[in-house]
Design a protein around this ligand. Structure first.
Ligand code: HEC
Length: 111
């Protein structure tokens, strides 16, 4: 695989810019505006607290033409995921777990 990629690179270099990756070198917010904003209004809330690697693999598999842009985008989505300076919002489950009153024990049957 690596050899094929290297060969492809050499061929591209020889042929000039004919097979150029149009996304190369764009900053992530620009990438988002160009390729994602038509469907996703805002980059916020897309990462949903996922690990960067999970995001990266998702983006690479579903959308982006190069691993560089997938990488840049996953970092970007993560950086805008939570509001600036804020802690992640408490989820409904974490609230109910902590604050729910203790349940009464089950009735004991058969006595
Ligand atoms: C043609 C429309 C379209 C484009 C363009 C598009 N997406 Fe999506 N994307 C979707 C749809 C539809 C879903 C599924 C939504 C869902 O499951 O809530 C999705 C899901 C996602 C998810 C998972 C969100 C979740 O709630 O699990 C991420 C992350 C994401 N897109 C990022 C991107 C990025 C980054 C780009 C640009 C490279 C992009 N998308 C471009 C339509 C699009």
């Amino acid at each position: 695989m690596r050899l094929a990629a290297a060969a492809a690179l050499v061929l591209m270099a020889i042929n000039g810019a004919s097979a150029e990756n149009l996304d190369a070198g764009k900053p992530a917010p620009r990438l988002f505006a160009d390729s994602c904003a038509s469907c996703h209004r805002s980059p916020r809330g897309l990462a949903k607290g996922r690990f960067r690697l999970t995001l990266y693999l998702f983006l690479q598999q579903h959308y982006t033409s190069s691993s560089d842009s997938a990488s840049a985008l996953s970092t970007y989505l993560q950086s805008v995921d939570t509001p600036a300076g804020g802690r992640p919002a408490r989820t409904a489950r974490s609230i109910s777990r902590a604050e729910r009153p203790p349940r009464p024990p089950l009735p004991v049957r058969g006595r």
